[in-house]
Design a protein around this ligand. Sequence first.
Ligand SMILES: [Zn+2]
Length: 315
Amino acid sequence: MTEIKYDRQSRIPEWDQKKITNAKVAVIGAGALGNHVCLGLIGLGVGSIKIFDYDEIETHNLNRQSLFRENDIGQNKAEILAELLMERNSSIEIIGIDEKIEEDTIDDIIRDVDVIVDCVDLIYVRYFLNRFCIERNIPLIHGGISWTGGQTGILTRKTPCIRCIYPDALQKEELDNETSCIRNPEASVVYISQIIAGLMVYNVRQVLLPLPMDFKHPSGLLKMDVRLENPFYFEKTMRKKKCACVKLLKKVAPDILKEEKENLKKIEKENLKELQKTVEMSNDKKSKKKSTSIKKKSSKSAKIAKISKKISKSK
Ligand SMILES: [Zn+2]
């Protein structure tokens, strides 16, 4: 049955469905991104999905949180989403957990997962998800949306972290926290959630089942904005020297920092060599130009001398 279910994707060269079927994924947030990400994960056939959300379904959620129905209003998002997904794919273990994940509870709540998918809308939650994932060495699939676009990225110990990307966001978020989601919600539209969620599921697949056809991105975020002529673009990210992740990595994985330093040195050396080459080449060109212009000048003056000789003879 499983083989038939995933037959079409299994035709992709080097696809190994078992790697996906054996995987355990946690999805944090069952809103617009969470709905579409989970739909994608059951499509991939991820073996175990745990969904976390403590929020209730409201009328204004229904147009973007596509799986919820009018009858579900007032119920917990994570639990209902799990129920609805199980109706679609009974061979997957799906658990909806009505629990608020906090800095001091995350270690007890999330256990035994291969990947965590960030579908939350508050940056401070992302901050402690970030810390947790680095400590436990769990890849974090980050995703975020606005009404015209969004972004996603694979964050691991070997990449810059959320705090490297948004170092100053906490203060802003603390100020806005009370009002941003409840009294002054941001504009949001379903098609953006669908696009970014699709890319996030693609990132989950890349982590669980890397394929030779995958484009090897440097560390960074795949971004999208529908207002642009080329709406998809890749933005490289760099680890901030003073970021909290550096302190944490020194404790849990110092080798990674050493490796990064050595790689940086190599890159700097290569860049310096390239720069020297270009300087030498431009100097060469300049001196060639000079010599050819001198030659031209001398041949010109020789011609002038010949002509003036002829003129004086004819006189
Ligand atoms: Zn960082």
